[in-house]
Ligand binder design. Structure first.
Ligand code: GAR
Length: 209
């Protein structure tokens, strides 16, 4: 199984969705760490109750690069194949992103490339959009701009507020994130398997490749 670490700041409902999905029969990933910049995050307490290793460090009074270095070390010790940001509400330093690039995923509450950043639901309502939604994307240096791996639209209803829309988008996120993460880590494992076979053939028959 692919080893997945999750990074949260708050509620952790996406973390819970990923964790319970990982415990379904046939899951292709397991959760090896839940990390947070907020030692009081409710999601941490849930992870602990579920027997998942946790790590936390308050970001308050810690320089951003020092915090990211500490997070990097905690993640490295857990040897994850992928890191899933799930409601992690802090910007990451370019150095951190570079070290985890290609293995770092995020869930964002809009149909990217629409509404990067904050207040996504209010902005969709203000624009008169027919749908909000959520996206899982690879994290790159530019915020919410990496390759989109999966999306789920959510219809906007008459009378929706940012809160009511956010609540429904959250339900969609809980479906989208585990499915998209599973597809991503499977593709990578397949790619790794193919690479190893090619290496083995090249070693045995150097004249073939
Ligand atoms: C989710 O809706 C997620 O998409 C959003 O925060 C919420 C976290 O909820 N993330 C962002 O806005 C990232 N910029 P959760 O803690 O219950 O998973």
């Amino acid at each position: 199984k692919a080893r997945v670490a999750i990074v949260i700041s708050g509620e952790g409902s996406n973390m819970a969705a990923l964790l319970y999905a990982s415990r379904l029969p046939g899951s292709v990933f397991e959760i090896v760490l839940v990390a947070s910049n907020n030692p009081q995050a409710p999601g941490l307490a849930l992870a602990e109750a579920e027997g998942v290793p946790t790590w936390s460090l308050s970001h308050k009074g810690v320089a951003r690069d020092e915090f990211d270095e500490a997070l990097h070390e905690a993640l490295t010790a857990a040897r994850p194949d992928a890191v899933a940001l799930a409601g992690y509400m802090r910007l990451l330093t370019p150095a951190f992103v570079e070290r985890w690039q290609g293995r770092l995923l995020n869930i964002h509450p809009s149909l990217l490339p629409n509404y990067r950043g904050l207040d996504t639901h209010q902005r969709a309502l203000d624009a008169g959009d027919s749908h909000g939604g959520c996206s899982v994307h690879l994290v790159t240096e530019e915020v919410d701009a990496g390759e989109v791996l999966g999306q789920l639209p959510v219809a906007i209803r008459a009378g929706d507020t940012a809160e009511s829309l956010a609540q429904r988008v959250r339900l969609a996120e809980h479906q989208l994130y585990p499915a998209t993460l599973a597809a991503y880590v499977s593709r990578h494992q397949d790619a790794g398997w193919i690479e190893r076979q090619v290496d083995a053939i090249a070693a045995t028959f150097p004249e073939v490749l």
